[in-house]
Design a protein around this ligand. Structure first.
Ligand code: 5AD
Ligand code: SF4
Length: 356
């Protein structure tokens, strides 16, 4: 066990069989070694820095019907909302003033926001805040649409692959295919985005084999960012009677991801914090180096209910920022409010301008 972990630490790679052996056989002692090696790897690449991102969930309408998600189209109990272009700009302005230099614009798959409107929103942000990075998380779109947002100035795109086990993917995502998901991720990379993939831990009928498939898919894709969180069951979804995912298993996956992709931007996700009051700290101690903070007013945030218990208090704005900063520092880390690009990344845009 120790030998395998050290091999992973040194080579940043391991076979599927070895990863499976690790997941099947970790005990308290080896688990601590895994967290320590992941921590060492993050310190080597990022020091104690934790990047903060401002997250704005601007629409909770969704045309998809993912079985686990509270925003799925068949859930009639959600009070749906959409923010206007001006509201989005204004909330980003406020978070810019608080020091954020990455805005993450997230929504369900909402066709109300046409490519024209999205390009306009993105260009407006880049014009007002040229020093800030714009990250999109809008689901599956055509290559052409991704291209347009990139041309308008978007820097990064988050699209979790959710699970790399095909039968599981197809059961959980009616009308969607893993193949198209992976195609989207490939296209986003080709266009020049910094790309984020990732998966949910604790899906029905997901065992360690399936998690190994996720880890190997990530190793192969080489994304710049990876989002991993436990399933948090939502009562108004078909998974209502299923148990939540395991926090511990999520931490193991975070640590393994840090070792497989040493330079990856890896958030300690909000879902992790729902399961335990110190989920954030434990995520950071297992190799995570990003925290995403909600910048919408609490009245809007409560409606973006991917899962229950997502909004734990109604602290907002500067008070929320201070609270999270304090927790991060107390856990032994430091705050970085910069853009926080992936260390190995130079944009196509920069490459083009440096050749002339
Ligand atoms: N529990 C945990 N994560 C969820 N997501 C959606 N619903 C849930 C849930 N019930 C995640 C998906 C999606 C991201 C925005 O939120 O992975 O990509
Ligand atoms: Fe829509 Fe995303 Fe929820 Fe699926 S996970 S229903 S695509 S918001």
């Amino acid at each position: 066990m120790e030998t395998l972990l050290k091999k992973l630490f040194q080579a940043n790679s391991l076979t599927g069989d070895d990863l499976l052996y690790l997941l099947n056989n970790v005990d308290a002692g080896t688990e601590q070694l895994l967290f320590d090696l992941a921590h060492k790897t993050r310190i080597k690449n990022f020091g104690k820095k934790v990047y903060l991102r401002g997250l704005l969930e601007f629409s909770n309408y969704c045309r998809q019907n993912c079985l686990y998600c509270g925003l799925r189209r068949d859930n009639r109990r959600v009070s749906r909302y959409r923010l206007s272009r001006e509201e989005i700009w204004r909330l980003c302005q406020r978070s810019y003033e608080l020091g954020f230099r990455t805005f993450v614009l997230q929504s369900g798959e909402d066709p109300f926001y046409t490519d024209d409107l999205l390009a306009d929103i993105i260009a407006g942000l880049k014009e007002r805040f040229p020093a800030a990075a714009v990250t999109l998380s809008l689901g599956e779109k055509s290559r052409h649409s991704y291209q347009r947002y990139f041309a308008a100035g978007a820097d990064r795109y988050l699209l979790r692959h959710e699970t790399a086990a095909r039968p599981l993917y197809e059961r959980l995502h009616p009308g969607m295919s893993l193949q198209n998901r992976q195609k989207c991720l490939q296209e986003l990379k080709e266009i020049g985005y910094q790309v984020g993939a990732g998966f949910i831990v604790g899906l029905p009928e997901q065992g360690n084999e399936e998690l190994v498939a996720d880890l190997l898919y990530l190793k192969n894709l080489q994304p710049h960012m990876v989002g991993i969180g436990p399933l948090i069951v939502h009562p108004d979804t078909p998974l209502r009677d299923w148990p939540n995912g395991s926090g511990k298993k999520t931490l193991l996956c975070l640590a393994l991801t840090r070792l497989l992709l040493p330079e990856v931007l890896l958030p300690a996700t909000t879902a992790l914090n729902v399961l335990s009051p110190n989920g954030l700290e434990r995520g950071l101690q297992a190799g995570a180096n990003v925290v995403m903070l909600n910048i919408a007013p609490a009245a809007i945030r409560v409606k973006y209910e991917l899962y229950k218990g997502r909004v734990q208090d109604n602290v907002e704005g500067p008070a929320l920022l201070e609270k999270i900063k304090t927790r991060i520092i107390r856990a032994g880390f430091s705050i970085d409010m910069g853009r926080g690009d992936h260390p190995g990344w130079t944009s196509n845009r920069e490459k083009e301008s440096s050749t002339d």
